[in-house]
Design a protein. Structure first.
Ligand code: PAF
Length: 307
């Protein structure tokens, strides 16, 4: 009973609509500087850190919850993506979001829909090479969400570093008048990056999954000791992760954080170390900037985000 009352109150304060046109009208009625956070739901502390930062820097925060079908490849199970709507509504409300859009695929891509956005170079490597069509889906839906939410600042997480670079490129190329803020990855106590997909890990897989973070740290330590040879930095992470029997490495890569061009030989300029490994079925992503001191909001925003 008490819980029911809480939720009713929560939904009363947070305005929620599944209608994009109604959302846009409500958004236009909001005054002042607006921060926006885009999610596919199954909220965790990582999402909430974006909302919290957006609240601190703006007059109001708007958010979206949409499991976008066009960014899932054929072999990726869209229907299994975790959906926790009631929990998410409470979490958005508690975090201080003013307005939430929860559209359906039919309202986002109505019959007759025929536009998509391709961002060229920065989508070619890393996740782009492993997930055909993924970034067309992401760039297109984010452009639509920018138009619906009309933010001054849009908040993204470092964990999907390539996504941020792709979205920034799209925003620049299409003249979206907004700033992209990049918030550091939020981690569990053992270093595992928070992700909605962690819910799919069994207990032994969950325990093994912290090896990704330990791999990043190992490369970071070698970098701190002065190593700049790309192969040795990658190998430092590889040795740690390959020692975990449940981990199957997809790739470990060193890229320029601004252009995502592969690093042939690192200098003292910042580099982005990305790694992806399967732990059982789930494919887990993690990354860090090197040197490790750069993994803070200001440096991340300067290197991966901005305007
Ligand atoms: O990062 C995500 O959750 C999604 O890719 C996003 C940005 C909400 C677009 O669907």
């Amino acid at each position: 009973m008490q819980r029911w009352n809480l939720l009713t109150k929560a939904i009363f304060r947070l305005k929620v609509t599944d209608n994009p046109a109604e959302f846009q009208a409500l958004r236009r009625a909001l005054k002042g500087r607006i921060g926006a956070v885009y999610t596919m739901g199954a909220l965790h502390e990582g999402h909430l850190s974006l909302v919290s930062r957006a609240r601190a820097e703006n007059d109001a925060v708007v958010a979206t919850l949409f499991v976008n079908p066009t960014q899932f490849a054929q072999n990726e199970d869209l229907s299994r993506y975790p959906r926790t709507l009631e929990h998410d509504l409470e979490a958005f409300e508690r975090a201080g979001v003013s307005l939430l859009l929860t559209p359906t695929p039919e309202t986002m891509y109505p019959s007759g829909y025929q536009t998509s956005i391709t961002v060229e170079k920065v989508t070619q490597g890393l996740e782009g090479a492993h997930r055909p069509g993924h970034f067309v889906g992401v760039a297109t839906v984010v452009a639509k969400l920018f138009n619906l939410t009309l933010p001054d600042r849009a908040y993204f997480g470092q964990k999907d570093a390539q996504q941020v670079v792709v979205v920034r490129q799209m925003a620049r190329d299409l003249n979206f008048p907004l700033e992209i803020i990049v918030c550091p990855t939020v981690r569990e106590a053992d270093g595992l990056a928070m992700s909605s997909r962690n819910a799919f890990l069994t207990a032994p897989q969950r325990q093994a999954a912290s090896v990704l973070y330990r791999g990043l740290q190992a490369a970071g330590e070698v970098y701190t000791r002065g190593e700049r040879a790309t192969a040795r930095l990658i190998d430092a992470a590889y040795q740690v992760i390959a020692a975990e029997p449940l981990a199957e490495i997809d790739y470990i890569a060193l890229n320029d954080p601004r252009t995502l061009a592969p690093i042939v030989e690192a200098t003292d300029a910042p580099v982005l170390l990305s790694l992806v490994a399967r732990i059982g079925t789930p494919r887990l992503l993690d990354n860090c900037l090197l040197p490790l001191e750069l993994n803070n909001l200001q440096a991340l925003t300067r290197l991966l985000g901005g305007t």
